[in-house]
Design a binder for this molecule. Structure first.
Ligand SMILES: Nc1ncnc2c1ncn2[C@@H]1O[C@H](COP(=O)(O)OP(=O)(O)OP(=O)(O)O)[C@@H](O)[C@H]1O
Length: 699
């Protein structure tokens, strides 16, 4: 009965099941308290005759107040539980995007982080609104309807049964009339009249709504002799959006007849109104025309004729207006009539029961009041369900994605350390195997089968021209980019956003444009460590000193405790890069990926960082992490012990600076320059120029 999306939305409530159980109990209690109104009104009616009403008044007052208070507590509990649902949904969505389980910027949620954030927040809001505006009121309506029916059944089971049996007629007839009017309208509702009483359609039941938007103009009551009929009968499946509806009269005419005869609906108020307006406009036009030609009319003594013409038009318009009024009245009457019949029926049967002494007059009053409220409650219940479906639609994508992106916590011990006995089967360090990276909307991959390996304590500089795929390679090496092919392994274990968190903690990266958070400087440097691991201030300052951050950090108003502002806006680009470097060094990772790490630094700090990376005893020498340095700066790359040239998405050469056949520092005029790339970068398709495993796997 409930769609998967609604079920998914309701499943969000599960973690607060205790609160919802409490809400349910309170709702039932409050609804029963509300029933005290009709119940004691009837009771008082009985007591009036005995001139003793005050005794019956007190329970009504107490129960009424109790019900109101319970309702207040219930609504507050539900609101708090719903707020938790929204927070969990938002948090879950953000976490899923961060983990990479749900497409982030550039994916189906939006192109930019702002769009993704807006979408996530908007969808969470929509889900919250759906639950708050539809589920809770629907539950209230259900509780009220149940309580009212229970009271009716306890007083007079027969009347309760009659109410239940007539209920469908009472609720569905007005809807059916409104539906037919809307459907038949055609021009506004734009829905094909699958259930219209024209011969064609009735002969192909069952035709299941909902229908597709109507491809035809105008009202769609087609007279049986219309030239449109064969076309419509042939295209009925299309019209009704239901492939199960058979075509009736092959062979099909190829298209809509050029001048189809479409007869307006003779009874629909909307059509009548439109025609009446048209007729009135026509009559007015005739009158205006007559008045404009007054002299001519008089000159020819044609006054009576013109008046008769105007009168004839007006009388046509009047007829249509009468028809419209009658149709409107009939519609209103048809909507209200079942209610009237129901009330009269209840009064009749109830009166007999009173006469027979089965119920008292006061109980009949109670039953009639209960009946009225019961009908309203069920009506409200039916109103809220479509509302819920509508509201769910807006949050459906996020719910679906979250459903798919269920976080499965890694099992076993969180340790990337190679289990004993398996050391031989694992290659220590970083290994990129035939890595392909693509972006949506790009015909060619950005990286085409890049393979390289990097042992712990080794530094490799990848030199590429602007747009040559450096950042893509860095992201892939960090396991942050979904690969179109190949694999990235750290110590023999695939590295991806879903990898074991312990493995991910062995990795550190400094992106080209590092992100700082709206926290203190020290909190930004210790990002990812958390304070719980007992990070010492001395460790932070030591890391900061290695990359020149300490020099300016001590001059800040609050030193390392200075807030850096939203997205680190109070720091310069060079300072932000220094913080990102200190953050990475603090981790003492097994793999360090640096994307243009010195580009924004001032010359002094740049020299210091280069020494830190490439100098004797630096990161690129000895027991440190495996360092992958991607850069476009020739001068920086040539200092590295090993250099790989990345061109056209492929590794062109890899070796020590002296081993390279076409070193860029010989072709580039100034070795400080950015490498512009050289030679043909096109993919030859045969793998030539691809250093592949032979060169790339140089380690
Ligand atoms: N999200 C993306 N969507 C589509 N294309 C992208 C995306 N990111 C990068 N690209 C394209 O991929 C190619 C490589 O981009 P990448 O950022 O990896 O190069 P780069 O060498 O780091 O560039 P730069 O020298 O400017 O830092 C570029 O042509 C770029 O336009």
């Amino acid at each position: 009965m409930l769609s998967p999306a609604i079920r998914r939305l309701l499943a969000l409530l599960r973690p607060e099941c205790r609160q919802w159980a409490l809400v349910g109990v309170l709702m039932v209690a409050s609804a029963l308290g509300e029933v005290a109104g009709p119940y004691f009104t009837g009771h008082i009616t009985d007591q009036v005759t005995q001139e003793d009403t005050s005794a019956a008044m007190w329970p009504l007052v107490v129960l009424g107040l109790g019900s109101a208070l319970t309702e207040l507590v219930c609504d507050c509990t539900a609101a708090v539980a719903l707020t938790r649902v929204r927070a969990r949904l938002q948090c879950g969505a953000v976490a899923a995007v961060l983990r990479g389980n749900v497409p982030g910027p550039g994916g189906s949620l939006g192109d930019t982080p702002g769009a993704v954030a807006a979408r996530v927040t908007g969808d969470a809001e929509a889900a919250h609104a759906a639950l708050a505006d539809a589920v809770v009121p629907a539950l209230w309506a259900l509780a009220r309807a149940g309580a009212l029916l229970a009271v009716m059944a306890s007083l007079a089971p027969l009347l309760a049964l009659v109410t239940l049996l007539v209920l469908p007629l009472l609720l569905l007839l007005p809807r059916a009339i409104a539906g037919i009017q809307q459907v038949v309208r055609g021009t506004q509702g734009l829905r094909v009249p699958c259930q219209l009483p024209w011969p064609l359609v009735t002969s192909v039941s069952p035709v299941s709504p909902p229908c597709t938007p109507c491809p035809l103009p105008g009202p769609l009551v087609i007279s049986p002799d219309s030239s449109l009929l064969p076309w419509a009968s042939c295209h009925l499946p299309l019209l009704c959006g239901d492939s199960s509806v058979p075509s009736l009269s092959p062979p099909c005419p190829p298209s809509v007849p050029s001048n189809p005869v479409v007869t307006p609906c003779p009874v629909c108020p909307q059509d009548l109104a439109r025609r009446a307006r048209a007729a009135l406009a026509d009559a007015t036009a005739v009158a205006v025309e007559s008045l404009r030609a007054l002299r001519t009319v008089r000159a020819f003594g044609h006054e009576a004729g013109m008046t008769a013409r105007v009168q004839q038009r007006l009388s046509h318009s009047h007829q249509l207006e009468c028809g419209e009024a009658l149709a409107y009245g009939a519609g209103r009457w048809a909507s209200g009539f079942p209610t009237l019949v129901m009330k009269l029926g209840l009064l009749l049967v109830g009166g007999r029961l009173v006469a027979a002494g089965t119920i008292t007059p006061g109980e009949l009053v109670t039953i009639l009041m209960c009946h009225l409220n019961f009908t309203r409650a069920v009506d409200a219940l039916l109103l809220y369900l479509p509302d819920l479906a509508k509201a769910v639609g807006s949050s459906e994508t996020l719910l679906e994605l979250l459903d798919k992106a269920k976080w499965v916590a890694p099992v076993g011990t969180l340790s990337p350390v190679t289990p004993r006995g398996h050391e031989a089967s694992r290659t220590p360090g970083l290994c990129l195997k035939d890595v392909y990276v693509t972006y949506p909307g790009r015909s060619e991959p950005v990286l085409k089968g890049v393979s390289l390996s990097l042992a712990p304590g080794e530094l490799l500089a990848v030199l590429a021209p602007p747009g040559g795929g450096k950042s893509s390679l860095a992201a892939a090496a960090l396991g942050l980019r979904p690969l179109a092919g190949g694999a990235v392994l750290l110590d023999g274990t695939p590295l991806s956003p879903r990898a074991d968190p312990a493995l991910r903690r062995q990795v550190a990266g400094v992106p080209q444009s590092p992100s700082l958070l709206s926290r203190s400087l020290s909190a930004n440097i210790t990002l990812g460590w958390g304070h719980r691991e007992g990070m010492q201030v001395t460790q932070v300052t030591a890391a900061a000193q290695r990359v020149g951050v300490h020099t300016w950090a001590t001059r800040l108003p609050h030193g390392y405790d200075t807030e850096v502002g939203p997205r680190g806006m109070q720091l310069s680009g060079g300072q932000a890069q220094g913080v990102a470097l200190a953050r990475a060094l603090l981790r003492t990772p097994r793999l360090l990926v640096l994307d243009e790490p010195t580009r924004a630094l001032d010359p002094v700090t740049r020299c210091q960082v280069e020494q830190e990376l490439l100098g004797p005893g630096g990161l690129g020498a000895g027991e440190g992490p495996a360092v992958l340095l991607v850069t476009g700066q020739v001068a920086l790359a040539r200092q590295a012990p090993r250099v790989a040239l990345l061109e056209g998405g492929r590794l062109r050469e890899l070796g020590s600076p002296g081993e390279l056949a076409t070193p860029p520092w010989e072709t580039a005029g100034d070795s400080e320059d950015t490498w512009e790339g050289g030679g043909d970068t096109e993919d030859t398709g045969d793998g030539e120029g691809d250093t592949g495993d032979s060169k790339g796997g140089g380690h």
